[in-house]
Design a protein around this ligand. Structure first.
Ligand code: URA
Length: 265
């Protein structure tokens, strides 16, 4: 690539990143004069404790790529429509999560989506409305989708478990084992070109790995012919702004794969 093009790409990346920050309500970025650096504490000096580890921006080596086929025996050679899958779930009592449920959250969006986001499970707002990602994390996810130049209507959004875990705890293994078949059936019908796993729970369910999110993110794994990107859950981005930059880098890899312009209009 010529230096000119490289420079253009860097400027575009920076522009997109700043627009993403702005879309998350960040209007200013801290600037530091060079001479102020003299007052910067030495590495050995104690600074503010971090509540979560710093995001890794290094790419895992290629041998860490995971390729997963659809679970054998689940589909019996058939592809069910979304309506049929919803009908099969019915008024589900297969696991204990049904006990606290107001509404089952099946999934939402374009059944022909090229891009599918997979979260962990509904929270309070989702349980109340019966739709995925409509609370605080959902609003941030909508901003991310829009920063990618898309709308929620163009993508599909689903979850590993369809009922809200009590107090928004992480779904237990038996709950995931019971419910994930429906997610796999949804993916089989939608056949997205790219799946984005939001957070470790979605990554563990689909990729069947215990690898850390930091080591999985940043490049494409594969699930049944769909490219699969793992990135931070929007709730983690709300808790820790350090994750926003690597999350946006992940989305840019997705945008490139889908041929979406990296520059926002
Ligand atoms: N968090 C999730 O993982 N899924 C939702 O639908 C909402 C919040």
């Amino acid at each position: 690539m010529s230096t000119d093009n490289e420079l253009k790409e860097i400027v575009n990346d920076l522009k997109n990143y700043l627009e993403f920050q702005q879309s998350m309500g960040i209007e200013t970025i801290p600037a530091q004069k060079l001479e102020a650096k003299q007052n910067t504490p030495e590495i050995s000096e104690k600074t503010e404790p971090r509540t979560e580890p710093m995001a890794k921006t290094t790419r895992p080596p290629d041998e860490d790529l995971i390729t997963i086929e659809e679970p054998a025996g689940l589909f019996d050679g058939k592809t069910m429509t979304l309506e049929e899958i919803r009908e099969e779930i019915g008024d589900c009592t297969r696991c204990q999560l049904h006990e606290g449920r107001t509404n089952l959250v099946f999934g939402d969006g374009n059944p022909k989506a090229r891009l599918m986001f997979v979260g962990e499970g509904p929270g309070r707002d989702e349980d109340m409305q019966g739709k995925p990602f409509v609370g605080r994390s959902g609003k941030l996810l909508t901003k991310i989708i829009e920063a990618m130049g898309l709308t929620r209507d163009q993508v599909y959004i689903g979850n590993v478990v369809k009922c809200r875990p009590p107090n928004n705890r992480t779904p237990e293994q038996n709950e995931m084992d019971t419910c994930e078949q429906f997610l796999f059936k949804q993916i089989r019908f939608i056949k997205p070109e790219v799946i984005v796993c939001l957070g470790a729970t979605a990554a563990k369910s689909i990729l069947k790995t215990k690898a850390s999110l930091g080591s999985l993110r940043g490049k494409f794994h594969s699930y049944s012919g769909s490219k699969l990107m793992v990135t931070y859950h929007p709730a983690a981005l709300l808790r820790n702004p350090n994750f926003k930059k690597p999350a946006w880098e992940d989305m840019q890899v997705v945008m490139k794969e889908l041929g979406l312009p990296l520059r926002k209009k």
